[in-house]
Design a binder for this molecule. Structure first.
Ligand code: LFR
Length: 489
């Protein structure tokens, strides 16, 4: 068939969703049907900060059952989520709920890893920016706790769900690239590195590429979901950012993208990795993309700064209306602090407004006083970090960036998009909001024959179905509220 429907499971750090995607490659159409949305978030247990994977699995299977009720013809399932986090299994049994990447234990692993292998050598091998929670650091911390010894396999979150659904133990490549244990040159598990770090090579599953199959649903699962037997789970760009980049309606040779949700992933798409000293010093990553492309990007803190601040303000039960807060932020006049949105102090959950104020005090900048000013300060700081990362991506990669695409939830934030355009001096094209789910849908649709061609062909479908909103850079706007002193640490 040249048209059909697939089901996408997309798990973000604050919510998950099940979406049906209808794709007709011949007619050039693409449409989404939102089936369910459910909350996600960290759970603090005695052992540290974890995910409630079991609860997520319950919610996503309920969503899939609803999806098959709505459209019994849905041809396959694809799963994506945030990266780096994993479960250890002994046989079929999960050894506890996965740790959340914001758990602080990974810090201990950093010393162990860099003691065994200096970061510059590591970067040449895996091409990854330094993030203290990259899987290899988590595993080094895990090794010290002794848990690793009893594990027979390790599965990253979407692969774990693929395993529960089908029984197949596989490692999808785009997400595996975020572990730090895949060689950037070959795209295969780096066995020598794994051995040097004292990790058990036997726990890592065979790699599969987006578009390949995990196989059919287990019989019991198909019955539970009310899905026709034989329905397969298709590997998609299971790292959410890889799926999002598939759905950026861009011309990769002259565009940068910002996949903006909890994080702001800012970069360009390349055919070859860039692992120069300059790229390492700028902390740019070479993550695996769909169809062997390279996601050359940098992690900026993202809307986490805002959502975690709001969570802090709401801790005594008060409810804050986000759109009212953003409207108030937009009408702030006068200068607000522009802080370094990359500062690692903003990583852990907690009192983010307090930490922003602390940053300002340390840098001799007047701290925001009201919630509206905090929100504005966060938006200006993100916009500044986004613009800076776009410039750096361009310099390091040689891509002559003419437009910036913003996809994900951040595309809804008009002030953020406009200020990014202003600060970068480049037009921002905002949308689609559901880029991650769309990328998931498109890779499945291509595997099913509902669409065909390279990523450019898939992006043409996105551009037709979801025309982006354009923000022109307004030079005059940089004169108002926005411009506090720009200070980077
Ligand atoms: C975005 C994302 C980023 C990754 C971070 C942690 O959702 O997947 O790409 O660096 O979450 O996994």
């Amino acid at each position: 068939a040249s048209a059909g429907t697939v089901a996408a499971v997309d798990l973000g750090a604050t919510s998950g969703r099940v979406i049906l995607g209808h794709v007709d490659g011949r007619a050039g159409t693409l449409a989404l049907d939102h089936v369910t949305r459910f909350a996600n978030g960290p759970v603090r247990l005695a052992s540290g900060l974890h995910w409630d994977l079991t609860g997520l699995y319950r919610d996503l299977t309920a969503g899939l059952a609803e999806a098959f009720r709505r459209d019994p013809s849905a041809a396959s399932i694809g799963v994506d989520s945030w990266a780096v986090d994993y479960a250890l299994l002994q046989g079929d049994r999960m050894l506890g709920e996965p740790f959340h990447y914001r758990d602080e234990r990974s810090g201990r692993g950093v010393e162990a890893v860099h003691g065994a292998l200096p970061f510059d050598e590591l970067y040449r091998r895996n091409g990854l920016q330094f993030l203290p929670f990259n899987t290899l650091y988590q595993l080094a911390a895990e090794r010290e706790s002794g848990c690793l010894g009893s594990a027979s396999s390790l599965l990253l979150v979407p692969d774990l769900i693929g395993f529960q659904l089908t029984g197949a133990r596989l490692a999808e490549r785009t997400n595996a690239s975020t572990t730090g244990l895949v060689a950037v040159a070959s795209g295969e598990w780096d066995d020598e590195l794994i051995e040097r770090l004292g990790l058990p090579a036997s726990v890592f599953a065979p790699l599969v590429s987006p578009g390949e199959s995990f196989g059919p649903l287990r019989t019991a699962v198909a019955a539970e979901l009310g899905a026709p037997s034989g329905i397969e789970v298709i590997a998609v760009g299971s790292h959410d950012t890889a799926s999002a980049v598939v759905a950026v309606p861009m011309r990769a040779e002259s565009a940068a993208y910002i996949s903006c949700g909890t994080w702001g992933l800012v970069g360009v798409e390349l055919e070859r990795p860039v692992t120069t000293d300059a790229a390492r010093e700028a902390n740019f990553t070479n993550e695996g993309g769909v169809d062997g492309r390279v996601r050359f990007l940098h992690n900026v803190m993202g809307l986490w700064l805002l959502s975690e601040s709001v969570r802090w303000w709401e801790r005594d039960g008060e409810r804050i209306d986000l759109s009212e807060l953003l409207a108030a932020a937009a009408s702030v006049t006068g200068s607000v602090a522009v802080f370094d949105a990359d500062d690692p102090r903003f990583l852990a959950p907690g009192d983010l407004p307090g930490r922003i104020a602390e940053w300002c005090a340390e840098h001799g900048v007047a701290a925001p006083r009201s919630r509206a000013e905090f929100a504005r300060s966060i938006i200006e700081s993100l916009a500044e970090a986004f613009a800076g990362a776009v410039r750096t991506a361009s310099v390091l990669s040689g891509v002559d960036v003419e437009t910036i695409h913003v996809v994900g939830g951040g595309a809804l934030n008009e002030l953020l998009c406009q200020r990014t355009a202003d600060r970068a001096g480049l037009p921002v094209l905002a949308g689609p909001v559901e880029a991650t789910a769309i990328g998931n849908v498109l890779v499945q649709a291509r595997a099913q024959g509902f669409a065909s061609g390279d990523l450019e062909a898939l992006r043409a479908l996105v551009a037709r179905a979801f025309a982006p909103r354009r923000h022109e850079p307004a030079a005059s706007r940089t004169g108002d509220a926005s411009l506090g002193p720009v200070r980077r640490t």
